[in-house]
Design a protein around this ligand. Structure first.
Ligand code: AMP
Ligand code: MG
Length: 506
């Protein structure tokens, strides 16, 4: 006791108290997928890694999941994020799914390098999956090592968080860690990482296809009922809940893909196993935002035919939804001809839904009223394509002109100015909707995670330098705001910085 009667400060005791407090941290798991029949998944604990180190925690998202961010940053939290310990209440599983990859069907894919830890109800009352990606082999790994190289972890973190900030439905990034071990890839040995993904669910078109391929109608019904309950509860009360499920997925994909395209986003691997029924963007592999606009732009090194190019994404969405519809046929009606007729009628609505979403988004981007002629949209896209104009910068400067800036900076984006000036004159002659400026500001981001910056952040990470990664993550959290400190991230790549190809990293 000190002379003032105050007990001397005991750091050891305090640390013990803190560690006890943190040690008792429980994650409020509330798992439902693990309660489905056993053929839906395989129980699988994550692999142990030698030396986990934290790269980044998404503290806001942790709080939304009622997980103490300070605990996540503690040794115990990092251990869980690396797969070295299993939190109480977690029931780790690898989910089964099939899928069409570039048009070819595989009856068995499944989580070969991902493990679902469990589900949490977030503070909005929404059920969220917590999944580790890169956490070791499962029965679905086939020839793969179940690991992730650091590059894809960094890419998914940046791009999925950017998409969330841009307002696009997407899976989220809760955390990224390094593992202290190297993984072998085509490029050679690369540092490994584990990514923690949060998703409304990981139910894919391919999950349904897995059971159709096995003629397991009971499982299809169980999965469809589970999906309706989790994502589209309104469908449960409709006459044909399975048609309503199909209609809901169609509407969600039409909205999602039009939204991607309005931001110049190219998913890169729109396989049916990478199409979430929830309508979230999922599986950020060789994805990228394009700089110079071209409708046939693609980045993925494996998409040699351009199947998943920017302008093909709507058609591919319909193709994937058609595969989904096929899985629901046995549930829609016992009479297969009738089932086909119903499903076809639903699928036929996709094109209209998609083009309405697309035109609405692009009207907002150029700030024209719903009555204005839509050719203005295509005309300007044709000019951007033929003159290799940067997509994001064009809409950013058009927004500035709408705000009263002189047009010189905008016009300077075009090498052949006359045709663009003609377009601009037509645009000026359109009556401006009262909400023009706010519509344009909300539709035209100032900042996107440019592909060369993502690539530089990845290269930095491989040198154990996460400064650009952190800077990008902070910057893209406010993509529609003027942030002078991040102005350098707005500009397109210099010729030597251009990234022509992106890789899945598998
Ligand atoms: P993706 O192309 O990332 O959508 O993955 C397609 C399939 O390959 C899924 O079944 C993945 O689980 C599997 N896969 C991808 N990378 C690996 C890996 N490193 N080890 C094992 N399986 C993998
Ligand atoms: Mg995938």
């Amino acid at each position: 006791m000190s002379c003032l009667g105050i007990p001397p400060f005991d750091i050891g005791k305090l640390l013990h108290k803190i560690s006890k407090l943190y040690g008792s941290m429980t994650i409020p798991f509330d798992n439902t997928y693990a309660q489905l029949p056993e053929r839906f998944f395989a129980k699988q604990a994550p692999a142990h890694v030698p030396e986990p180190k934290l790269i980044r925690i998404n503290r806001e998202l942790a709080a939304k999941l009622s997980i103490d961010p300070d605990w996540l940053e503690s040794v115990e939290g990092i251990d869980m994020l690396a797969g070295n310990s299993i939190a109480e209440g977690s029931e780790p599983i690898a989910q089964a799914y099939a899928g069409h990859q570039f048009g070819g069907f595989s009856a068995q894919l499944g989580d070969g390098r991902a493990i679902l830890l469990g589900e949490i109800i977030d503070t909005d009352g929404a059920r969220q999956d917590l999944q580790l990606k890169g956490s070791g082999r499962t029965i679905f790994s086939r020839g793969g090592d179940g690991k992730a190289a650091l590059g894809p972890v960094i890419r998914e973190y940046i791009v999925s968080e950017a998409m969330a900030a841009l307002g696009v439905p997407t899976t989220r990034a809760l955390a990224a860690v390094t593992t202290g071990e190297m993984v072998m890839r085509q490029e050679g040995p690369l540092p490994g990482g584990v990514f923690t993904r949060v998703a409304a669910s990981h139910i894919r078109v391919g999950t349904f296809q897995y059971f159709l391929a096995r003629n397991d109608v009971d499982a299809l019904r169980t999965l469809a009922d589970y999906t309706i309950n989790r994502h589209y509860p309104d469908a449960a009360v409709l006459d044909n809940r399975y048609t309503a499920l199909l209609d809901s997925a169609i509407a969600a994909q039409a909205k999602l893909i039009a939204h991607w395209m309005s931001l110049g986003f190219i998913h890169g691997v729109m396989n049916t196993d990478n199409t979430a029924i929830s309508g979230e963007t999922i599986d950020y592999g060789p994805c990228a935002f394009m700089d110079e606009f071209h409708p046939q732009k693609k980045f993925s090194s494996i998409d040699t035919g351009g199947r998943y190019a920017w302008g093909n994404q709507g058609d591919i969405g319909l193709w994937n939804l058609t595969r989904f519809a096929e899985t629901l046929l046995p549930l829609i009606s016992d009479d297969s001809e009738k089932a086909i007729e119903i499903a076809e009628a639903s699928l036929e609505r996709f094109t209209d839904l998609f083009s309405t979403e697309y035109v609405t988004r692009f009207r907002a981007k150029i700030g024209i009223s719903p009555e204005a002629p839509t050719p203005l949209i295509q005309e300007v896209l044709d000019l951007l394509a033929s003159q290799k104009v940067d997509f994001t910068l064009f809409f950013r400067h058009l927004t500035k002109v709408a705000a009263g800036d002189p047009p010189e900076t905008l016009t300077a984006l075009f090498s052949d100015k006359a045709p663009f000036e003609q377009w601009l004159a037509k645009w000026h002659s359109e009556p401006a909707p009262a909400t023009r400026l706010v519509d344009m500001q909300a539709a035209n981001p100032i900042l996107i995670p440019r592909n060369h910056r993502v690539e530089q952040a990845i290269q930095g990470a491989y040198r154990n330098d996460f400064a650009l990664f952190d800077r990008l993550v902070k910057a893209i959290a406010n993509p529609y705001s003027e942030q002078s400190e991040y102005a350098g991230l707005e500009t397109p790549p210099l010729p030597e910085e251009i990234v022509c190809e992106t890789f899945c990293g598998t």
